[in-house]
Design a protein around this ligand. Structure first.
Ligand SMILES: NC(=O)c1ccc[n+]([C@@H]2O[C@H](COP(=O)([O-])OP(=O)(O)OC[C@H]3O[C@@H](n4cnc5c(N)ncnc54)[C@H](O)[C@@H]3O)[C@@H](O)[C@H]2O)c1
Ligand SMILES: [Zn+2]
Length: 355
């Protein structure tokens, strides 16, 4: 497939999403130079700085690297303080460009720095994880975690562009690749059902196409609903169950793993409610387990998971809102808000390892 160049149109701006091997070497530096930036701060982590950060900064006008430690636990105010300090030490001003080089953690944090430093400066996303390429780098949601919970502080800040260099995926740990694939399966279910064929069985040589088509699904929903008042919520398919298992397991489950189990749970709940024909959950299970993703859990009770779900910030005023799948041949996402505890427990009971 030819390199993909997508455009995100929103009320405030339009920006390109470029998915291309070598984008960090040519497309991104060219873009920065053409825009006339004189200084570029590449914000990345300690894993990615030696792999890609130093080399990228050397290709950018006035490029310098700011590193933070690697991990979701560092998506916090301490790292923000470090970023602001390093920006000032580097002489950054309102004309400086930030490049967010990394997975979703770096994208969210560097984007938040761009939204807030000197009341906002320009930034571009250079996602290096599959999850960030298909999801986190698009849509303008940026932010950090607080000790009380994830993503509690943030902003909407669109990048000037997204540059996904697919060569970087060669160093991505396999578990992270699988987690990104879980999100891609979700995108297919939400907005591009024909994409599911690429996963039956999985065709790794079509990864670039998977990224471009998943990104296109996110772009479409973000364009019609930038501030997440309506259809953007479809992207939360599988996430109510997914977040619950992530949280109840003390984050032993990774986000994408939780999403995989959550997709199966959402499909089972859809079948249970006769929104979709029997067999949907079964074929989804085959796809996800074929990708090496978990579709069963143990060590936790359905009641524990239900309790974790009720603390999800997406539950409005205590009512359960689930994205489910509806339809006969073609499935479409629907938001359902009258799901009962008994229904959820029944689904969760059926997904225990020993059930
Ligand atoms: N803003 C949004 O719309 C949005 C959407 C989804 C998720 N997120 C956020 O994204 C974060 C999760 O993102 P993630 O899954 O990318 O996690 P991550 O950023 O922690 O990256 C996962 C791991 O892979 C490493 N890594 C990334 N790219 C690599 C590469 N090319 N080579 C080697 N190692 C590499 C990272 O250093 C890290 O250790 C969460 O904080 C979540 O809240 C944001
Ligand atoms: Zn997700």
């Amino acid at each position: 497939m030819a390199p993909a160049q997508l455009i995100v149109e929103s009320a405030e701006s339009a920006y390109p999403v470029i998915i291309q091997p070598g984008a960090l070497i040519d497309a991104l530096p060219r873009f920065v130079i053409e825009r006339g930036f004189k200084q570029t701060a590449v914000i990345t982590n300690t894993t990615l700085a030696p792999l890609y950060g130093q080399a990228l900064a050397a290709r950018l006008p006035g490029g310098f690297v700011i590193t933070v430690p690697d991990g979701e636990q560092y998506k916090n105010l301490d790292s923000m303080q470090r970023i602001y300090t390093r920006l000032l030490e580097g002489g950054a001003d309102r004309g400086t460009l930030i490049v967010a080089l990394g997975g979703g953690v770096i994208g969210d944090m560097a984007g938040f720095a761009a939204a807030t430093f000197m009341r906002g400066i320009a930034f571009v996303q250079a996602p290096t994880s599959l999850l960030a390429m298909v999801d986190a780098s698009i849509g303008g949601k940026v932010g950090i975690d607080l000790p009380q919970g994830k993503n509690l502080v943030g902003a909407f800040k669109d990048p000037l562009g997204v540059f996904a260099d697919t060569i970087t995926l060669q160093t991505l740990p396999p578990v992270e690749l699988r987690c990104g694939l879980a999100e891609a399966v979700k995108s297919a279910l939400v907005g591009d059902p024909a994409l599911l064929d690429v996963f039956c069985p999985y065709q790794p040589d079509r990864l670039e196409e998977i990224i471009a088509r998943s990104a296109a699904v996110k772009i479409k929903l973000v364009e019609i609903d930038r501030l997440e008042k309506g259809p953007r919520a479809y992207l939360n398919l599988g996430h109510t169950f997914g977040h619950a298992i992530e949280q109840a397991s003390g984050y032993a489950w990774k986000h994408g793993e939780g999403v995989a189990l959550g997709l199966v749970a959402a499909a089972r709940l859809s079948e249970q409610r006769e929104l979709c024909p029997p067999g949907v959950a079964e074929s989804l299970e085959q796809i996800l387990s074929g990708l090496g993703l978990p579709v069963r859990y143990d060590h936790l009770s359905p009641a524990d998971l239900w309790d974790a779900m009720r603390h999800d910030k997406k539950w409005q005023e205590g009512t359960a809102r689930f994205v489910l799948l509806s339809g006969e041949d073609t499935l479409v996402p629907v938001v359902v808000s009258d799901v009962t505890r008994a229904e959820v427990l029944a689904v969760l009971e059926g997904l225990r390892e020993d059930a």
